[in-house]
Design a protein around this ligand. Structure first.
Ligand code: FRU
Length: 492
């Protein structure tokens, strides 16, 4: 083991002890210490789930990328393992960037990741070149392959940038192995390339899976590709997006492409839509559970705001809730992992609550670790103007979701969360509803909220930094509405 990995392991073990579990999310994985970004190597190996992550243990800001590591029996109760990789080789000295994991037939776990190394470009200036690399391990300790890198710029099709070539997603197929790698096609933006291998060490380009052609942002990152409910699905994250109506927003964003394969095996993409309409969500990856569910986890953060906190923050960065995916009505639906129900305390239920032009609280409904299912409908003849649920609430603070049926818009608003930065505090999504009827499931976990709208047709995620003493939850209506609520305190 290299000195850098040994140092990182010693450091994280000592520093983690200084962080109280109460000061982290309870069932969302957060950085063991320091900084976390993308989920990596999300897999089921040797009887448990493994989730690795982009990790800079020494600082709560992004830096030389290591791979952090945690395992879980149920994707909700996580146990940290020692850091899996450090940037300690000539081909990854600038960072071990994102990648994936599979289990080999001989029981070993294989990681495939992007190594970043500085090289002097034809312009005489240093650039960071990216290659794909392997590491073999037993589920805790990993040895980088002696023949690394296994995919380099020489394997790129014409026009591909060697400086933006990353995030391999490994797929075990009946006829060998494949991996999907993101690449910048200079002048056209991101594309996803599929490589094939019979022995894991020699790879050749099989096909281009998807091309941006200036549609969605510039560079694409972090691909995932799978078949679900008879549909081909590509997940991707795009940098530098421009808004498209309410569908995509400025900056980094996520999207899926849905389609099929033609007789040549080529991918034909028919539809696209955003994966999350909230503020904080990026770089998702999926795992296939032993019982056949496709479950997705993303990094619950926003690249444009994530380096604004003070450097001494002991941990920064958390994952989203694991979400079960399905394809229905030409869309990718997401619902909270069903194992979450095992964390529910007693049910608090109200069936017919009416509010007219005011704000109310309900006995038994409060807290920052809560699962709430709310069904809203108009009461009386006229459609209400706005219905809102507010939480992380005290006299000065609240964060909330509001629904304006006349505009068919749900908005998340965290401007009263205690934030002192001119960052994005609000985001809106268009929603379908029948004359003011809307279903909303909200999951709170101390520092975040995730809203599943209309049984997961759309999801909105946001981090919420409000002090944990703000435990209030209230309901507001401009106009007259009626709602049902089933709420559960969550406990790990
Ligand atoms: C996405 C990303 C990846 C890269 C990693 C570096 O958030 O930019 O493309 O591998 O983060 O930390």
């Amino acid at each position: 083991m290299s000195q850098s990995l040994r140092d990182a392991r010693r450091y994280e073990e000592a520093r983690e002890r200084l962080i109280s579990p109460q000061d982290r999310p309870a069932f969302h994985l957060s950085a063991r210490v320091g900084w976390m970004n993308d989920p990596n190597g999300f897999s089921f190996h040797d009887g448990q789930y493994h989730l690795f992550y982009q990790y800079h243990p020494y600082d709560s800001h992004w830096g030389p990328m290591h791979w952090g590591h945690a395992v879980s029996p149920d994707l909700l109760r996580w146990r940290y393992l020692p850091a899996a990789m450090a940037p300690d080789m000539p081909y990854d000295q600038e960072g071990c960037f994102s990648g994936s994991a599979i289990t080999l037939q001989d029981g070993r776990q294989l990681l495939m990741y992007t190594g970043v190394a500085e090289e002097i470009g034809p312009d005489g200036v240093p650039h960071k070149a990216q290659t794909q690399n392997l590491a073999f391990g037993d589920g805790t300790d990993y040895v980088k392959f002696g023949g690394n890198p296994v995919i380099t710029a020489t394997d790129l099709p014409a026009g591909g940038s060697r400086y933006d070539f990353r995030d391999p997603k490994l797929l075990q197929c009946e006829d060998g192995w494949r991996c999907i790698v993101a690449n910048d096609q200079i002048g056209e933006g991101g594309r996803m390339l599929m490589y094939k291998s019979d022995d894991l060490t020699h790879w050749w380009l099989e096909r281009v899976v998807a091309e941006n052609r200036g549609r969605m942002g510039l560079m694409w990152e972090c691909p995932d590709l799978f078949t679900l409910d008879g549909c081909e699905v590509l997940l991707a994250s795009a940098q530098d997006m421009l808004p498209k109506g309410f569908e995509y927003h400025n900056g980094n964003g996520t999207f899926c492409l849905l389609g099929h394969r033609d007789d040549n095996g080529d991918y034909v993409w028919e539809r696209d839509h955003a994966l999350d309409y909230g503020i904080d969500f990026y770089a998702p990856q999926t795992v296939l559970t032993p019982d056949g569910r496709r479950v997705m986890i993303g990094w619950m953060q926003n690249w444009d705001t994530c380096n604004l906190h003070v450097k001494s923050t002991p941990w920064f960065g958390q994952m989203s809730l694991p979400r079960e995916l399905s394809v229905r009505n030409g869309r990718l639906y997401q619902s909270p992992l069903r194992e979450l129900e095992a964390l529910r305390g007693p049910l608090v239920q109200y069936d017919n609550v009416e509010i007219e032009n005011g704000e109310i609280g309900l006995p038994g409904i409060r807290g920052r670790m809560v699962d709430m299912e709310i069904e809203i409908e108009p009461a009386g003849g006229e459609l209400f103007n706005r219905f809102a649920v507010r939480f992380a609430k005290d006299a000065e603070h609240h964060t909330g979701f509001s629904f304006r049926p006349r505009e068919s818009v749900v908005k998340v608003d965290r401007k009263f969360s205690g934030s002192r930065r001119a960052i994005i505090h609000q985001r809106r999504a268009k929603v379908d509803h029948e004359n003011g009827r809307l279903k909303l499931r909200l999951i709170l976990d101390r520092f975040s909220v995730e809203a599943f709208i209309n049984d997961g047709e759309k999801v909105m995620s946001a981090t919420v930094g409000t002090d944990q003493s703000a435990q209030g939850i209230s309901f507001f209506c401009d106009g007259k509405a009626r709602f049902k609520i089933r709420a559960y305190a969550l406990k790990v």
